[in-house]
Design a protein around this ligand. Structure first.
Ligand code: PMP
Length: 414
């Protein structure tokens, strides 16, 4: 972006223009949640000011308007991820809800004792705990996929030697929320489908940083959260290929998802509505579509390029500071905005507090990825995660403050 373009962008994010602890806020916690542009905030307000009504139930004008906007939002999200059929887009409250739905509704009916589910040691707890629970209910087993040391992506050499007789599902993230690593989803999908294995992908950290085409990748299911994509909290998307709609069971039952309710049984609407019982997050879905429209208008390639430039600058800068440990594998060329690191002899929580004194919002902890922390042999890391509205100046400030934080703790320890 040109300096003027970046200024215009930052003007669209009012929250960025504030001081924290008497310093200008540097918001580097975008992998946890992103800030919302004015267009999204205004869309929420406008909906409640002029159109608010429940959907799919009313013949009155407001009800029709809200229904139209909600279904148009579905269409916008469908096009955004390259889905060829809007019915493949199921609105959920977020990635976690989407994965729990897939575990119960899509996977559970197809699993029996002794079946296997493949996953990786990189998964966010949201894409691990539901599968652990599912295994306990069904007697299926989780099997961790081999990763290559240099890239920490799936090792196809070892994969091709695996006995896959009992494997029914692969559940895997697209981009890691700790290391920013991208898994080769298309290649993995081809491998899986040759063996009649279904693949479910956690795209929470991918959708904000990559152009997604679910049909080209060929995945069976793909999930993400609106709040990490500059939209509101409480809304997410579960893409589920239409060929699986019949065999997938609803997990929530109630209003909106039914066709006919008899005294002792009922029958249900077609997908996606049979999977959306009750009043959905209407305003949130509409505002998420607004976020997508906003991003597309800016040019996704420009958004991604800015993130690429900033995260490389931060990575190289941190690498040049003595006593900074970076956790990224050797052959990583794109961080998707995410840099994980530690400062020697300083607990990440203490460091994060020191950064906060200087106005920098960083995340410290296990990042909901405890198996990965064990793999990396660290209890926790610091994580800086960048978005397109961040600036080179902010990156350079963080590098300067990193030196100061190190010095402060070194002197304090003397
Ligand atoms: N998967 C990944 C890779 C994530 O980064 C996150 C959010 N940190 C989730 C799943 C869960 O998303 P949510 O909390 O929005 O349901």
């Amino acid at each position: 972006f040109t300096p003027q373009e970046l200024k215009n962008i930052r003007d669209q994010f009012p929250i960025l223009n504030q001081s924290v602890n008497q310093c200008p806020l540097i918001y580097f916690d975008n992998a946890a949640t992103t800030q919302k542009p004015q267009a999204v905030i205004e869309r929420l307000i406008a909906f409640y000011q002029t159109d608010n009504a429940n959907i799919h139930r009313s013949v009155h004008t407001l009800g029709q308007r809200s229904t139209d906007q909600y279904e148009t939002a579905r269409q916008t999200l469908s096009q955004f991820i390259g889905s060829q059929d809007d019915s493949q887009i199921i609105f959920t409250s977020g990635t976690t809800a989407a994965i729990n739905f897939l575990a119960r509704g899509f996977a559970e009916p197809k699993l029996t004792k002794g079946d296997q589910i493949l996953t990786t040691a990189l998964e966010h707890h949201s894409n691990l705990v539901p599968w652990q629970e599912l295994c306990q209910r069904t007697g299926a087993h989780l099997v961790y996929l081999p990763l290559t040391e240099n890239t920490m992506t799936v090792d196809f050499v070892l994969l091709n030697k695996m006995d896959t007789t009992n494997v029914k599902f692969i559940v895997i993230q697209h981009v890691s929320n700790v290391l920013g690593i991208e898994q080769p989803i298309k290649q993995l999908t081809d491998w899986a489908h040759q063996r009649k294995i279904a693949i479910i992908v956690d795209g929470a950290q991918a959708v904000p940083h990559l152009s997604i085409n679910v049909e080209e990748m060929g995945v069976d299911a793909y999930c993400f959260s609106g709040h990490k994509l500059y939209g509101p909290t409480g809304i997410g998307v579960c893409y589920l290929k239409s060929e699986h709609h019949q065999s997938t069971q609803a997990v929530n039952f109630g209003g909106e998802m039914i066709n006919q309710v008899n005294d002792f049984d009922s029958n249900y609407k077609n997908a996606p509505w049979k999977f959306e019982a009750g009043t959905p997050p209407i305003a949130e879905a509409i505002a998420l579509a607004q976020a997508v429209t906003y991003l597309k208008a800016m040019g996704l390639h420009k958004v991604f390029h800015q993130e690429y430039v900033l995260s490389n600058r931060l990575y190289q800068g941190l690498k040049s500071i003595e006593g900074v440990q970076l956790y990224h594998p050797l052959y990583q060329s794109n961080f998707h905005g995410i840099i994980s690191f530690n400062l020697d002899n300083i607990h990440p929580h203490d460091a994060a507090t020191a950064y906060d004194y200087e106005g920098i919002a960083l995340r410290a902890g296990h990042h909901c990825a405890q198996p990965l922390m064990r793999y990396l042999k660290v209890p926790a890391t610091l994580r800086a995660s960048l978005a397109f509205y961040n600036t080179v100046e902010e990156v350079d400030s963080m590098l300067e403050i990193t030196r100061a934080v190190k010095e402060f703790f070194t002197n304090a320890l003397k």
